[in-house]
Design a protein around this ligand. Structure first.
Ligand SMILES: [Zn+2]
Length: 305
């Protein structure tokens, strides 16, 4: 089985044979691994981070995209005329895929925020098309890839995600693929693309090359409980095993654990202010119960920590 959880970037013998790759290459042991936990003390506000701009994301429904189960995730191929225009190079799209949890399916994001894990995470993978002809050439270069990460949480029904999810029945087993009509991929991203975390990291699946310029949006998108738990559809009906195998292996829990930050700084495009959640609660309670007095010392500790 594929080891997403160990954080060691190891895979089974079978995966090594299948992909003819060495999973113990030196790159795996280097720093700059992903994902990481966005802890407040790692964050630095950078006023020079512009809003993310994406081009040609609104695809025509005449275009066909390949939706596949690769045994590790659900992946949608993307045409390279889609690109990010707000980075120092043009980064053209290649594919998007998902990470989600096990069993209860409610904790499966790869990046976390002060230890909080979201229900899932979508990665839109782009390669530096100014410097490299295709993603295969870019994947192991230090400036090769740019990934947009989107946290997914349970909430409102999401019609954009439904455009993908409704086809999952056709890719229940590993290596199954189907053609699906294209749609507006922008609708899968959060409404606002100006608030994000930015850092240098890696692929979160083998071979874990440290080649990714990460942009993880601060605001999650939502999918409804029904979209996740729909009987016989969606994430619960996916398998990491081949259709012809008698023993089925569910495809879930396909996230890697947070890796060491290793002196890395995470730039953020937003000002968080000094108010932590604890601080907000104290301020809220103070406003509600002014007669109980203010514990200013406590407030100072919380808000300036
Ligand atoms: Zn990913």
């Amino acid at each position: 089985n594929y080891d997403h959880k160990g954080g060691t970037c190891k895979a089974s013998e079978r995966d090594i044979v299948l992909k003819s790759r060495s999973y113990s290459s030196p790159e795996n042991k280097s720093s700059f691994q992903s994902p990481i936990d966005f802890q407040t003390h790692l964050l630095r506000y950078d006023s020079n981070l512009p809003p993310i701009q994406v081009q040609n994301y609104n695809l025509s429904t005449n275009e066909q995209l390949t939706l596949s189960n690769n045994g590790h995730s659900v992946q949608l191929s993307l045409p390279s005329h889609m690109y990010i225009s707000s980075l120092p190079h043009r980064y053209s799209a290649a594919q998007l895929h998902f990470h989600w949890g096990s069993y209860n399916l409610l904790t499966g994001s790869e990046h976390t925020v002060n230890g909080k894990q979201f229900a899932g995470e979508m990665h839109v993978v782009h390669f530096n098309s100014d410097k490299y002809p295709n993603i295969s050439m870019a994947v192991d270069k230090h400036d090769g890839l740019a990934v947009l990460g989107v946290f997914i949480e349970i909430g409102e029904f999401n019609p954009a995600f439904e455009k993908l999810f409704k086809y999952m029945n056709g890719i229940k087993y590993r290596d199954q693929k189907i053609q699906v009509p294209a749609f507006n991929i922008r609708a899968l991203l959060p409404a606002h693309l100006d608030e994000y975390y930015r850092y240098d990291g890696s692929l979160t699946t083998p071979p874990c090359y440290p080649s990714v310029l990460w942009t993880v949006f601060r605001r999650p998108v939502t999918i409804s409980r029904k979209q996740v738990f729909h009987k016989n559809r969606y994430f619960k009906s996916l398998y990491a095993s081949y259709a012809q195998e008698s023993a089925t292996v569910p495809l879930h829990g396909n996230y890697r654990k947070p890796q060491l930050a290793d002196n890395r700084v995470v730039l953020v495009s937003f000002k968080d202010g000094k108010l932590s959640l604890v601080c907000c609660l104290i301020v809220y309670n103070m406003a509600r119960k002014p007669n109980e007095g203010l514990n200013l010392k406590c407030l100072n500790i919380c808000c300036n920590a």
